[in-house]
Design a protein around this ligand. Sequence first.
Ligand SMILES: [Zn+2]
Length: 232
Amino acid sequence: MLNRLAEVQTLDLELDGLEQERGQVPQELLEAEEKRRGLEQTIELRSQERDELRRAVNANELELKSMEERRRNAAAAAVRASSAKEASQYQNQELQFGTRVQELEEDTLPLMESFDRLDQEVQALEQELAELLPQLEALKQAEEERVAAVDRKVAEVKRARDELAASIDAPLLKQYDLVRRSRRGVGLAEVVANATCSGCNVRLPLHVVQKARKGQGITRCPSCGRILWYKE
Ligand SMILES: [Zn+2]
């Protein structure tokens, strides 16, 4: 009976291993996902900065147009002026508008340069993201296949386990399950070196060893509670 329980335990431990294996997502996939998140965030930030610059440039260009028009109007009015004084007033206006036009042109140039730089940066990042996405997709696909293969193996081992477990006395199996749950997956321990529990390495009292050796009923280690198996 305990031989079979030992086989059940071997399969249970295999299932534990598979469960752990299932959760181990490849580093490469984690890194690729991290990289995608980083790229998307940076693209969003840089795009916002770029769009703000675009708006600033647009506002300057609008004002520039208006100032140029007012300068032209002042120049035309100066020509049509009826007196030298009036002409001089319009010429002054023309100069003022001209100064503002120059200021605006000087302000706009660095903004446009920054805009171009950011726009190129965003394009390069978008290119990088576009190249990453198919790689990420392939890694995800491979991961799905890996997990599916583990799941198939789990189902197979589980079937064998349940089949084997069905031939074991229910109370023994129940106790084994309980102990196993509280003892890191190992519910059945061998008596090794004549009198030591292989589960906790404690030396067993003689009467416990004798009881386990007889193999009648369930003998448990007084120290760790595992079911003891004396293998002849
Ligand atoms: Zn023990």
